[in-house]
Design a protein around this ligand. Sequence first.
Ligand code: GDP
Length: 211
Amino acid sequence: MKIDSAEHVRAAHVDGQFIRDDRPQIAFVGRSNVGKSSLMNRLLGRKKLARISSRPGRTRAVHYYLIERRFYFVDLPGYGYAKVSETERRNWAALVDRYFRSPQAPPLVVLIVDAKVGATPLDAQALEYLTSLEVPVAVAATKVDRVPRGKRSAKLAEVARNLGMTDRSRIILVSATSGEGTKELWREITAFLRAGPQGLDRGAEEEEHDG
Ligand code: GDP
């Protein structure tokens, strides 16, 4: 997908700043340093759109990028950064939780894990949390350029197992460095975007259509 316009439109620190218009949102979440900014940049064909984090753990905001004036890429703060205090950790959880519970149509969540390191217990917790919210999730195992081809299938199985997923086809191997897998990830995103207004404005839709 060739992207012509992508602009940072907001950093939300509190509920009132969340964007609730009818454009669909693709939310990216993952461990600090997992490669989230790099992947977002690669998907958008930008060198540096989302800021590559020099100080992980410092970004405590929900960042919105308006893409082609049509949908948002939402950069959620990374979790599991070892050097933050318990209070900061709680603030992270609260901000992300409020984002997901704010009255907007559910976003597509791209949960990013490290293909080389594998899925950690925190990643599994994140998936469990997202599943409990019933939001659609695509798992992207990034940095796959660091996994030798002969070991990828086993790695995929391991990631699925660690995440407690029975369906491996829901995991996409990607790399921000080589660009591998970004087409497949875009396919997931465009399928979500095409699914149209039933995902976009549930409140209004539900009144008109029953089911
Ligand atoms: P974030 O904190 O999750 O946004 O992570 P960054 O995008 O800042 O990346 C963290 C580190 O991983 C940086 O040193 C990147 O250069 C590196 N990195 C990110 N994506 C890839 C990838 O696909 N392959 C490899 N080999 N390294 C990557």
